[in-house]
Design a protein around this ligand. Structure first.
Ligand code: BEZ
Length: 211
């Protein structure tokens, strides 16, 4: 059965290029991003791991741990890391699961047989500190992901977890947000004493709280 939003992220113990980890212990109190790659020594994956390494300080700032996965062994990941540093200008600075037995790929259904019956697709799971799955994304092997978009979604998830708001189309940190319909105008007066703009009774816009 596929993993759905709100499910507990399945726990596992796995080998990585940085040693063995228990996933839930490794996450601790942090948010997490688990993302899969079809294969070591492939071009798109090389660019993705370089970009994720470049953006690691941004994930750290948000209290998010990132971890990759591919179905190759740890010594292969370590050799590939040299190429990532050389070609992308950023050394690999987070663990990559060595899922040669496909245990984690199967657990998270990262292999989509109609796409490829051996390699994982580009899955992304964002996991909250409560270990619940907050976001899933699936990209084909031929399309590299947009890591700034993953950071943007995390900004939205962290904001909406804290305040009774939702984020509109193309929102980015600092933009106005939407008061969720479940909050009445009466309740909104208490939560947003600075006021808001009502475009429709169901569309109320307020400056981003906490800014
Ligand atoms: C890549 O990472 O470049 C890639 C991997 C598998 C299929 C196509 C592209």
């Amino acid at each position: 059965m596929s993993i759905r939003l709100g499910d507990t992220a399945p726990d596992f113990t796995a080998q990585t290029n940085e040693g063995s980890i228990n996933f839930h212990e490794w996450l601790g109190e942090s948010w997490g991003v688990l993302f899969s790659h079809p294969k070591d020594f492939t071009p798109v994956c090389t660019t993705e791991l370089g970009e994720a390494s470049r953006l690691k300080p941004e994930f750290d700032k948000r209290n998010v741990k990132i971890i990759g996965l591919s179905v190759d062994p740890a010594d292969s990941h370590n050799k590939w890391a040299e190429d990532i540093k050389e070609t992308q200008g950023h050394a690999l600075n987070f663990p990559v699961i060595a899922d040669a037995d496909k245990k984690v790929s199967d657990l998270y259904e990262m292999i989509h047989p109609n796409a490829n019956d051996t390699f994982t697709v580009r899955s992304v799971f964002v996991i909250g500190p409560d270990k619940k799955v907050k976001l899933t994304l699936t990209y084909p092997a031929s399309t590299g992901r947009n890591f700034p978009e993953i950071l943007r979604v995390i900004d939205s998830l962290q904001l909406t977890a804290k305040y009774s708001v939702a984020t509109p189309v193309n929102w980015k940190d600092g933009d106005d947000v939407i008061i969720v319909p479940a909050v009445s105008d009466e309740a909104a007066k208490e939560k947003f004493p600075g006021g808001w703009k009502t475009l429709k009774p169901y569309l109320r816009v307020v400056p981003q709280p906490g800014k």
